[in-house]
Design a protein. Structure first.
Length: 145
């Protein structure tokens, strides 16, 4: 059974909604890849969310809608991911965590925003490939904070 994460306990000031569900594993890269990836699929899953965090053993993918691909969306997804990792550092089964919304209480630090903008620029230059079982899209490994 999936473990439900209560958003009021984990993200009271950041997210409007956060739910953990079992999901089929998603590979942002080949089977040996580990780490955090940011991906924009050509077709976003039929989920009412601004972003998705897809977790599987050894790999976390921040999935963005092309219309929501902003430094703020990545930053808030990273906040959510860090907090989920506290209670679930290594999920045994895949997790899909939809982020329905978020609230920024202050602007991103300029250096961090520039880092995320550079990541989005790298992402836009990547060739279209398969984003796991989500179909075609672009992805890039996140190396940062």
């Amino acid at each position: 059974m999936p473990h439900a994460i209560q958003s009021s306990r984990l993200f009271p000031f950041v997210l409007l909604a956060l739910t953990s569900l079992c999901a089929a594993p998603v590979s942002a890269q080949n089977e040996g890849a580990t780490g955090v990836f940011v991906a924009i699929p050509e077709t976003f899953p039929d989920v009412d969310a601004r972003a998705l965090i897809i977790r599987e053993r050894g790999r976390d993918v921040i999935l963005l809608r092309s219309t929501e691909a902003t430094p703020e969306a990545i930053a808030m997804s990273m906040v959510a991911l860090r907090r989920v990792r506290v209670d679930h550092p290594a999920p045994e089964h895949g997790q899909m965590i939809p982020i329905a919304g978020f609230v920024r209480t202050r602007p991103l630090p300029e250096e961090y925003k520039a880092e995320l903008e550079a990541l989005l620029e790298r992402l836009a230059l990547r060739p279209t490939t398969d984003v796991g079982n989500l179909g075609p899209g672009r992805w890039v490994r996140y190396v940062g904070r």
